[in-house]
Design a protein around this ligand. Structure first.
Ligand SMILES: Cc1cc2nc3c(=O)[nH]c(=O)nc-3n(C[C@H](O)[C@H](O)[C@H](O)COP(=O)(O)O)c2cc1C
Length: 307
């Protein structure tokens, strides 16, 4: 039996399959290169990059919870120049698309990073306006439709590559945020980022995270993420990259049935370094089992019955 066609298209860029890495959970790829063949991924989405180096939040920055984990890394990164000099040449050796997640404290900072990346061969930019772990920027932009549209518009004006806007789930109405991003010129949307949470050590009577609160990821957030992808997919016409708790191919198929064109694997990489490849073969198995010839066919395959 011939292999199903797993190609997808996001904003004119063809990916060999829908499986990507979720920003911040795969470093810049080097860390995983010895476990998996990076050429097999649809795209590598690298961790958030800012204009100058950010030192991130104080430790502890990670807390385990049922079905997931909280993190409050605070977007620690060495800055865009170091990324271009040290990480990009490594990524360019591989036959996969490179998507760079960008962060900033102000609209100007986002624009500077996007502009700088415009001189490189990366394939797409992902605008992170949804990190709950930084005081300015991050989620402060992503929870207000007016600000979402403003920052998207400004970055779209200077970006040379297609622009993905990554949405925060920490809002009441995800559809109004998604529409604002599309109105601002987003070529695609990715969702969801982490859900704001808190864990308390009852013996010490202290929050576990130095930052007090952090972002929840992992299987615990999957139903919230699938619901949000479903709602957004019905409301906008741009492609969606779905993520949040994807551990295997079946989880990924749920996101595609909800309306996602691509999927990203995040926390699962920490538990199983071959998670992305397992997700890929799981999607392929599903396509063979049910006779789907393309990802687009699955995406259009959700049945909603009248009860
Ligand atoms: C340790 C860690 C760091 C993250 N860093 C980023 C980041 O730099 N930029 C970003 O947009 N999202 C970041 N995220 C969010 C993930 O990309 C993803 O949206 C979220 O974790 C949900 O997917 P998951 O449940 O599969 O992990 C981070 C998540 C984790 C766990």
């Amino acid at each position: 039996m011939s292999k199903p066609d797993m190609k997808i298209n996001i904003a004119g860029i063809e990916l060999k399959n829908p499986v990507m890495t979720a920003s911040g959970t795969f470093g810049s790829g080097k860390e995983y290169g010895e476990y998996i063949d990076l050429n097999k991924l649809g795209a590598i989405v690298v961790k958030g990059v800012s204009d100058t180096p950010w030192k991130g939040n104080d430790s502890p920055r990670i807390a385990e919870t049922y079905g997931g984990m909280l993190n409050s890394i605070g977007l620690q990164n060495p800055g865009v120049e170091t990324f271009i000099k040290e990480d990009l040449p490594f990524l360019e050796q591989y036959d996969t698309k490179v998507i760079v997640n960008i962060v900033g404290r102000t609209i100007e900072e986002y624009c500077e990073v996007a502009e700088r990346l415009g001189d490189t061969n990366i394939d797409m930019v992902e605008l992170n306006i949804s990190c709950p772990n930084v005081k300015e920027g991050g989620v402060a932009f992503g929870t207000d439709p007016f600000m979402v549209e403003e920052v998207t518009k400004a970055v779209k004006k200077v970006a040379k590559q297609p622009l993905i806007v990554k949405l925060s789930p920490n809002v009441t109405d995800i559809v109004s945020i998604a529409k604002a991003a599309v109105n601002g010129g987003a070529d695609a949307l990715s969702l969801i980022n982490t859900l704001l949470g808190m864990v308390i050590d009852i013996d010490r009577r202290e929050p576990v995270l130095a930052n007090i609160v952090g972002g929840l990821s992992g299987p615990a957030i999957k139903p919230v993420a699938v619901r949000m992808v479903y709602e957004v997919a019905k409301a906008v016409d741009v492609p969606i990259i779905g993520m949040g708790g994807i551990m295997d191919g079946e989880d990924a198929v749920e996101f595609i049935l909800a309306g996602a064109t691509g999927v990203a694997v995040g926390m699962a990489n920490f538990i199983n370094p071959t998670a992305t490849i397992d997700v890929l073969s799981g999607i392929e198995d599903y396509m063979i089992k049910y006779g789907f010839n393309s990802i687009e066919e699955i995406r259009k395959g959700l049945v909603i019955s009248d009860f």
